[in-house]
Design a protein around this ligand. Structure first.
Ligand SMILES: [Fe+2]
Length: 583
């Protein structure tokens, strides 16, 4: 009989679900894509519904349910922290309420599926153990150091171990309240980016500055022997604030993480989000990124020295720091680095399911070499959505141009991109993880210096300092970048070769870097064919690729893509085999 395991990340940012059949991933998605609220953090009932539907199963057919949280983990540490620091009683009440919420997950599951039963076994997997499984067990490595670096989960922020074949050890942890994720979040807030998940914006800002605040950063983060680190808690609030992990209608909200002392240390008050960014802010961002990298490589160097291994599998929210990830091979002795498509908390859904599979005696039998684990829609569904919206298409000054085969579609889309048009590209199964990787993407010409301004004016309206990313044929990576490696999930930033930078200004960041996606024919044939057609026309084997959305979660359904096309100034929409154009 086939073993069915449903894995969840629930009541954390980016709540998600994943389903395994005999240890092989069938489907995975973040609930935000269905709920249409960014980083949605509640019970992922819509993602569960999708996973069951994709697997063709009823809830009663699920044998095991796993969640990436176990409040029993590190229990003695928690008790000793409470005894020593005597935090605000409200802090403990919030923690106990969160614990109760997660303990009731099997009951919640049944409540959300009326008339269905669940009689399977429930597994609580320690947060960081789930992160470690989510990285190593889907990696191509037989043997690797496995490291999870995060905000917090189950009273720790960082964990590391070694994966060998079917076994995975958890050898060390950094405990609450010390956390590189908390450090990055606190400074991100100080710089006037208050929303959950804004850290990547500050990472994009950092190259504009100089690391002149590095001494101050050393005052905040102290490196300890054996790769460890600690925070100077005088600059933080998170260890005492009872409002940590608050959810407002499912949207995660962080309270202020830093104390007033940080403002003295950094020579000025926090920036209000409405204020202009100044050189000082750029310098703080750069200094923070430099400090993060110092602590990151301090830890990686120590674990590599102990193991002597050449492979690294990374997970946790900080594994989304693509700038630091791109430097691992230069700054440590690791030769290969694998970061799964949903390295952050969403990945805990597959991590907890894989950990349960291992606990039940299952063998590793799955490699994640693509991110297309979300819903897909048939041509019939797409054409009926278009025909339902016929009037609004006409009223927006748009028209259905043609329905053509895939090869013709790729040729036409490539030609439009080469002529400076902005093309919405909706194909196949939705991406798992935060990046659009050629199935729910907006594409543009990387050669045009004005493309960033055009995209911001037509659709994105995002901060002008943020770079756009290139999607490049995997065989061409070494010709255009200083590193040669497959990066299928846009998890690494590499330096673009100096002589190539003037040819692709729209995807070259201010420091000459690019957060690339290497595109393989094996895992996404239509996207590969589109870029190949663009290369034939222009000699450039890449396109600019940004997520298909407008200040919202990435589109999931054809109707959402069509709606985004109609309300923005996008020039062309390729929806399955249908092409719509703006006149
Ligand atoms: Fe996490």
């Amino acid at each position: 009989m086939l073993l069915i395991i449903l894995g969840l990340n629930a009541f954390h940012g980016d709540s998600s679900a994943a389903i395994l059949r005999d240890g092989v991933l069938i489907a995975a998605a973040e609930d935000e894509r269905f709920r249409r609220i960014k980083h949605w953090a509640g019970f992922p009932s819509l993602a569960i519904q999708y996973c069951l539907q994709e697997a063709g199963l009823r809830l009663s057919e699920v044998d095991h349910l796993a969640v990436n949280q176990d409040s029993r983990a590190n229990f003695l540490r928690k008790l000793s922290y409470i005894a020593r620091r005597r935090p605000d009683p409200r802090f403990i009440i919030v923690k106990l309420r969160n614990r109760r919420m997660r303990a009731g997950i099997p009951e919640l599951l049944v409540q959300h599926f009326p008339g269905e039963e669940f009689s399977g076994q429930f597994h609580k997997i320690e947060h960081h153990l789930a992160h470690l499984y989510s990285a190593f067990n889907v990696s191509p490595f037989e043997e690797a150091n496995v490291v999870s670096i995060d905000g917090f989960g189950d009273f720790s922020s960082t964990a590391w171990g070694i994966g060998r074949g079917d076994s995975l050890s958890l050898d060390g942890r950094v405990y609450f309240p010390h956390s590189l994720g908390a450090f990055y979040e606190a400074i991100t807030q100080y710089l006037g980016f208050p929303n959950y998940g804004d850290e990547y914006k500050v990472m994009g800002l950092a190259p504009y500055g100089e690391p002149v605040y590095l001494d101050a950063m050393h005052e905040i983060v102290r490196l300890l022997p054996k790769g460890r680190f600690e925070l100077n808690l005088a600059y933080f609030n998170h260890h005492e604030d009872p409002q940590v992990y608050r959810f407002d209608g499912g949207k995660p909200v962080s309270p202020q993480m830093f104390s007033p002392k940080l403002e003295y240390l950094l020579g000025g008050p926090r920036r209000d989000p409405s204020e202009q960014l100044e050189k000082r802010h750029h310098n703080v961002a750069r200094s923070m990124q430099a400090m993060y990298e110092e602590a990151f490589f301090h830890l990686l160097t120590a674990v590599q020295k102990d193991s002597g291994l050449a492979n690294l599998a990374l997970a946790g929210g900080c594994a989304m720091n693509s700038v630091a990830n791109g430097k691992v091979r230069r700054r440590t002795k690791f030769q290969r680095v694998y970061v799964q498509a949903a390295a952050g908390d969403a990945g805990g859904a597959i991590g907890s399911a894989l950990a349960a599979h291992h606990k039940l005696g299952g063998k590793r039998s799955f490699l994640m070499d693509h991110a297309y684990w979300g819903p897909q829609f048939s041509e019939d569904e797409i054409t009926s959505v278009i025909s339902e919206h016929r009037t609004s298409i006409r009223e927006a000054g748009c028209l259905l141009k043609a329905q053509v085969n895939k090869s013709e579609l790729c040729q036409r889309a490539a030609a439009w991109i080469a002529h400076g048009k902005v093309v919405g590209w909706f194909q196949g199964r939705m991406e798992w993880g935060p990046r659009a990787l050629g199935n729910r993407s907006i594409l543009g010409d990387p050669r045009r210096a004005d493309m960033k301004a055009i995209l911001n004016e037509k659709i994105k309206r995002r901060e002008s300092f943020r770079p756009f990313a290139p999607s490049i044929l995997e065989e061409a990576v070494g010709d255009w970048f200083e590193e040669e490696d497959a990066v299928p999930f846009m998890t690494h930033v590499f330096q673009i070769r100096e002589d190539k930078r003037p040819r692709i200004p729209a995807v070259t960041h201010v420091d000459g870097s690019g957060r690339l996606q290497s595109v393989s024919k094996k895992t996404n044939e239509p996207f590969y064919a589109l870029i190949e057609a663009f290369r034939e026309l222009t000699g450039v084997p890449m396109v600019l690729n940004t997520s298909f959305n407008e200040n919202e979660p990435i589109v999931c359904k054809p109707a959402e893509a069509l709606d985004c096309f109609l309300r923005t100034k996008m020039d062309v929409l390729v929806l399955g085999n249908s092409i719509l154009v703006r006149r």
